[in-house]
Design a protein around this ligand. Structure first.
Ligand code: FAD
Length: 460
């Protein structure tokens, strides 16, 4: 338990939300984050009910000198939403979502999770492009870019942002949009939590409708080499209506996976078609007919169902470790390494996605946002997972070694898929030009690096 606790005085009456201290009944509940491999003990948790609480918490953070960690959905891979002996500013109680179906916009508070936003937008057949697991936070995901199932048709989460409300390191409330604090608006669309605490996002909604054609097609993992070679040629011609993710893993015992496959190593290609369903059936047919898949559950279904499909594979509390990279193509060498390493997977919980990028993401100008992966072609997010610490070290070594084997083909990395990998990797993620521009922005908005428990951009 942190020693500093007895000496901290905080005016609890200044908060509409709650202040949680070590030793109190809810302390363990609220300090927990998604990745069970982090067991941090903050000095104090402020659970914010609204903007005034965020302002008060930032001012208290300054006055107390405590380091500050900001939590929204708590899904940071390297556990950057909590820290030992820190002030944890927890936005998860801020759950407001308001969709305006006529203007096709959504106002979303910082504590909202992807599934909560989807429920509200889908009531009107609308959507905000986001990620692939519903319990991820809108805030952290959006501030890094936001990639997901409809990205190739509708772009990143940041591509649909209209404005953001932000509390700066001085406790000032500012807005960022195409008309106001334009430099900040640029930096927040990819620059993460470096410039302040975003309390509310305003998104444009896209007219997705409520149905997609989606779901995995399975082959035994030994066939992965042939499947990936077919797949790379097939997706090269894909229209932007199609997004795919390839997953290698031992098939999980989930209702959508045929029982005879449970525990068997498989490769799955998961299409998600966000357009006319008949056209989708036609385009996806050659994949489904390739070399007699062992199972095929690609079918028209509600978007909400598809968004939740991978939830059981990534529950909170397990031990996770990720390393990620973009590769320019699925060359024969890259495929061979992928097959070889996938066949070594030990843990039944380890599952790693290869993301098809491009489409609408690549049609936005590279300079328009701080997000730096517009030219990415495929993104590897190599992840190892165990239930507890048992076997974790071995999975971590597998991840590191696989990632290193791909090193000759590395081309950038998505900042939200970075682990705790040091300043140089953050710089690499943005590239030198964007990083310099982000540093200047950091100098303007947070010269003391008050917000530093994040993928940190140091002030210039
Ligand atoms: C199971 C899982 C699935 C994922 N799937 C996807 C995916 O499909 N697409 C994708 O793009 N990414 C995905 N990610 C990565 C995800 O985008 C990042 O982990 C993201 O940071 C999570 O946001 P959060 O609000 O849940 O996390 P948190 O841990 O709460 O925050 C992450 C970081 O953002 C900062 N931050 C959080 N809220 C704010 C705020 N309101 N203002 C300023 N800074 C803030 C925090 O300080 C921290 O540094 C996934 C992650 C997990 C664990």
């Amino acid at each position: 338990m942190p020693e500093v606790v007895d000496t901290i005085e905080i005016d609890e009456a200044a908060f509409r939300g709650s202040v949680v201290r070590p030793g109190e009944p809810d302390y363990d509940l609220h300090r927990q984050i998604w990745n069970g491999s982090f067991d941090k003990h903050p000095a104090l948790i402020v659970r914010c009910a609204g903007v005034s609480d965020v302002i008060a918490a930032v001012k208290f953070g300054r006055a107390s000198g405590l380091p500050v960690a900001v939590r929204s959905g708590g899904h940071s891979f390297p556990g950057l939403s909590v820290a030992d002996d820190a002030l944890m500013i927890d936005l998860s109680p801020m759950k407001g979502v308001r969709v305006d179906p006529e203007k096709r916009t959504a106002r979303v508070q910082a504590g909202v999770l992807l599934g909560e936003l989807d429920r509200e937008t889908q009531a009107f057949g609308l959507a905000v492009p986001s990620g692939i697991v519903t319990h991820t936070g809108v805030a952290g995901l959006t501030l890094g870019g936001g990639i997901g199932w409809i990205q190739r048709k509708y772009g990143l989460s940041v591509d649909q942002l209209v404005s953001m409300d932000l509390v700066t390191a001085d406790g000032e409330f500012v807005k960022a949009s195409a008309d106001e604090n334009v430099d900040l608006f640029w930096g927040l669309r990819g620059g993460g939590g470096n410039f302040g605490i975003v309390t509310e996002f305003e998104f444009r909604c896209v007219p997705l409708g409520t149905q997609v054609l989606a779901g995995p097609v399975f082959w035994p993992m030994e066939q992965s080499g042939e499947v990936l070679r077919f797949y790379r040629d097939w997706v090269a011609e894909a229209p932007d209506d199609l997004m795919t993710i390839v997953v290698h893993r031992k098939a999980p015992p989930l209702p959508f996976v045929p029982e005879e496959l449970h525990g068997k190593p498989v490769v799955m290609v998961i299409p998600c078609w966000a357009g006319d369903l008949e056209e989708g059936e036609n385009f996806i047919r050659p994949l489904r007919e390739f070399e007699s898949p062992v199972a095929d559950v690609c079918t028209p279904k509600p978007y909400l169902t598809h968004q939740a499909m991978l939830d059981p594979s990534f529950p909170p509390g397990r031990w996770y470790y990720f390393k990620s990279c973009d590769v320019p193509e699925l060359s024969d060498e890259v495929i061979d390494i992928t097959v070889e390493r996938s066949l070594q997977i030990k843990s039944p919980m380890t599952s790693f996605p290869i993301w098809q990028m491009g489409g609408a993401i690549a049609s936005v100008g590279d300079d328009e946002t701080a997000f730096n992966g517009r030219k990415a072609v495929f993104t590897y997010n190599i992840g190892g997972c165990t239930e507890t610490s048992e076997g974790f070290e071995e999975e971590r070594e597998w991840v590191r070694s696989f990632w290193s084997a791909l090193e000759p083909w590395h081309e950038g990395v998505y900042v939200n898929f970075l682990g705790d990998e040091g300043a140089e990797r953050v710089r690499q993620s943005y590239g030198p030009e964007k990083y310099d521009r982000l540093q200047a922005l950091k100098q303007k908005y947070d010269p003391d690096n008050f917000f530093r428990i994040n993928q940190n951009i140091s002030p210039s």
